[in-house]
Design a protein around this ligand. Structure first.
Ligand SMILES: [Ca+2]
Length: 99
């Protein structure tokens, strides 16, 4: 996996002992932080997810890459919600309105 990819960075965060694998305890701890952590813990996790090169700072490129991915995820969520609710896609698609 490319170490620059955000999923790789998140994997490294979940892999607390840097073993190269995420065991069930590490997975539960990571998910628990996302679900019930303090605002500071969640912000720290998101920050590390955006700071792809792990420099401790978020560059404009890292930020815009993250926002672009977040917008795409939002589009997919809206689309899936419409599909699950049985709604037809609107003529002027609101999926494209997000871009
Ligand atoms: Ca950085």
């Amino acid at each position: 996996m490319n170490p620059q990819q955000p999923q790789s960075v998140l994997f490294d965060i979940f892999d607390a002992d840097s073993s190269g694998t995420v065991d069930v305890i590490e997975f539960i701890a990571g998910v628990n932080t996302l679900a019930t952590g303090t605002a500071e813990q969640k912000a720290e996790l998101v920050f590390h997810g955006i700071d792809y090169d792990d420099s401790g700072k978020i560059s404009k490129k890292e930020f815009t890459t993250y926002v672009s991915k977040a917008v795409n995820i939002a589009k997919v969520c809206i689309y899936l919600t419409d599909v699950l609710l049985g709604l037809p896609p609107p003529p002027s698609s609101r999926y494209s309105r997000l871009s």
